[in-house]
Design a protein around this ligand. Structure first.
Ligand code: SAH
Length: 330
């Protein structure tokens, strides 16, 4: 049965469901049944656009690891997609102590994507394991990266007087009641951030969270659905489109600070990558590239850093266990 019919049957039997429950069921069906990334898929992410993204993040993590004196550690990624970002991180840190000292933990809910990641990372590191959630990390310093992970976590939406839900009108999925969303809240995002920050505060380490989202003005309805690189109505293709919400960075920062971790940002992705030396890296790679490869490296990086493209839309926040300013945030 298609997810649309499953949801309709569930709602007929039990009544309307929250936007959060709707999102959760759509997102898990969506990622369990496809590889959605790239030109032929539904959307493209930064590590799929340019290797420079993962290389700079790898250098950032290595720098943070050295700050806590290079001990045994866990290198963790949330929602690794095709595994490209972790592959680039492990390649650029291959000759470093971090590579030797870290166990790699990939948190991935989708069995299909876990298989894809296993293929991508087959020769990347000798100690990689997969988990469905962030539970039961060993009591070691944690170095964590999450790119476009938090936007996939479910949000509740509230109208002036009540919670917005998904019900049925004439047997079709419909917002019930519909109206102006005045507030969104994501207990799922808060729970994951609390766990990361508490772990880092207790055992040391650093985390980088990269996503589209907002840091100040209260947002109304930020839930969106994308299919084949186009926005569609979020109820039109449940489980067949990428449903996300903008990330409430102010809430993530509050909760990370409240457990005693140091919090940095948010910085615009463009500023962050340039501060880490994106242009220097581009020149270095360009020296060994054909003219065609050089042009593709330039246009890829431009897409990641330009304010009109991903460089302004995407934000970066960091959580650390030490009070010195991490690179990219000064
Ligand atoms: N970070 C990758 C992919 C982002 S897409 C990149 O930048 O290319 C979101 C990823 O998070 C997918 O791998 C998806 O399967 C995973 N995911 C979504 N919700 C999840 C959840 N609740 N728990 C674990 N993984 C989840």
């Amino acid at each position: 049965m298609a997810l649309k019919e499953e949801l309709a049957e569930h709602i007929r039997a039990q009544g309307p469901i929250t936007i959060a429950e709707y999102m959760e069921r759509c997102v898990s069906h969506y990622y369990a049944t496809r590889d959605p990334f790239g030109a032929g898929g539904d959307f493209t992410t930064a590590p799929e656009i340019s290797q420079i993204f993962g290389e700079l993040i790898g250098a950032w993590i290595e720098d943070r690891w050295q700050h806590i004196s290079g001990a045994q550690a866990v290198l963790c990624e949330l929602g690794p997609g095709r595994g490209t970002l972790m592959k680039d991180i492990l390649r650029v840190t291959r000759n470093s102590g971090l590579h030797e000292s870290a166990d790699v933990v990939l948190v991935e809910a989708s069995p299909a994507l876990r298989e894809l990641q296993k293929r991508t990372l087959a020769y990347a590191h000798t100690r990689i394991r997969w988990q469905e959630t962030l539970m039961n990390l060993p009591p070691l310093p944690l170095f964590l990266i999450a790119n476009e992970f938090f936007d996939a976590l479910p949000v509740h939406q509230y109208l002036e007087k009540e919670e917005k839900k998904v019900g049925l009108i004439m047997n079709q999925l419909a917002f019930l009641p519909d109206g102006k969303v005045v507030r969104e809240a994501s207990p799922a995002c808060i729970a994951v951030m609390t766990q990361i920050a508490a772990h880092i505060q207790t055992h040391g380490g650093a985390a980088l969270i990269i996503d589209y989202g907002y840091d100040d003005a209260v947002q109304g309805d930020s839930v969106q659905a994308v299919k084949a690189h186009q926005f569609i109505h979020p109820l039109d293709a449940p489980g067949e489109s990428d449903i996300t919400a903008h990330v409430d960075f102010a809430a993530l920062k509050d909760v990370a600070a409240s457990v005693g971790a140091y919090v940095w940002g948010v910085a615009k992705q463009g500023n962050f990558l340039n501060a880490l030396g994106a242009q220097v890296r581009l020149l270095a790679l360009g020296k060994h590239a054909s003219p065609e490869q050089g042009a593709s490296l330039r246009s890829g990086l431009e897409r990641l850093v330009s304010y009109e493209q991903m460089g302004g839309l995407f934000k970066v926040m960091a959580v650390t266990s030490t009070p010195d300013v991490p690179s990219g945030f000064d």
